[in-house]
Design a protein around this ligand. Sequence first.
Ligand code: FES
Length: 132
Amino acid sequence: MPLIAFDALQDGGFAESEAVLDGDAESLILYRDGDTVRAWLNVCPHAGRRLDWAPGKFLKSKEGLLVCASHGASFELLHGQCVAGPCRGASLRAVAVEGRDGGVILEVPVRAADRHLVESDAPCDPEDAGMR
Ligand code: FES
């Protein structure tokens, strides 16, 4: 299930979406840059507030920075780093997303246990598997 339809995001625009990450419901900032979408947790590193002034309504400066509605921290939109304001040098927490099949979806990391199954090319030892 996509977070949002890709075309619902204007190029250079923002949207907000909810997602469950590590078992917790989180608000995400989605930002479209051409054919790419980037996402961060909607949590300002200054005082932990949401960055939008109303749900899904984000401020963008004329310099192209995302501006937190609470105290004006300003973030560049490549890495989500604060370049001006009270938390200069801190970063938003990035969330991996990708555009696929007309939607924006979370990239789900491969679990360590699954990665072992995929990457292991060691022959199966029937003794280890308790088959003898
Ligand atoms: S909470 Fe964002 S600038 Fe203070």
